[in-house]
Ligand binder design. Structure first.
Ligand SMILES: [Zn+2]
Length: 140
């Protein structure tokens, strides 16, 4: 079980599939089963049209960030480099919800973990999140 109090990171990923390819949580589930995992490793998937799909439940340890799965939740944007506005709005929705439940958790990208050479999700998720949050506080 993944204890809410242990969540330190909210990790943003991308599927690294072509930007015009419409991949779903079900496709990723099948792929991760193929790796011999217990199905999809992410907790949320955001499709190209912004649809938010559920992967693993939040209480279930994910398989998305080696060595940190027991203290993080993972969300995966479908695509590689050009994410749609709808996706970014949905990412904000997912992270805002998580942020309310896990206020101490830090938003970061997979690439921010030093063990990996991956560039996933191919943008600075932490900086984007900080900008989003400050834009919100200016509005309110
Ligand atoms: Zn990743």
């Amino acid at each position: 079980m993944l204890e809410a109090a242990n969540i330190e990171y909210l990790v943003v990923h991308c599927s690294d599939s072509a930007d015009d390819e419409d991949v779903s949580a079900r496709d990723i589930h099948a792929m991760h089963l193929g790796f011999g995992w217990h199905g999809i490793g992410y907790h949320r998937v955001i499709k190209r049209d912004g649809t938010i799909e559920h992967g693993r439940p939040d209480c279930w340890i994910g398989a998305h960030v080696y060595g940190f799965n027991d203290k993080s939740l993972g969300v995966c944007l479908i695509g590689r480099s050009e994410f749609t506005d709808a996706q970014m709005r949905s990412l904000e929705t997912v992270l805002s919800q998580w942020h309310q439940t896990y206020p101490k958790a830090v938003v970061c990208g997979h690439c921010d973990f030093s063990y990996t050479e991956k560039t996933c999700p191919n943008f600075d998720a932490g900086a984007w999140w900080a900008k989003t949050q400050s834009a919100q506080s200016t509005l309110s």
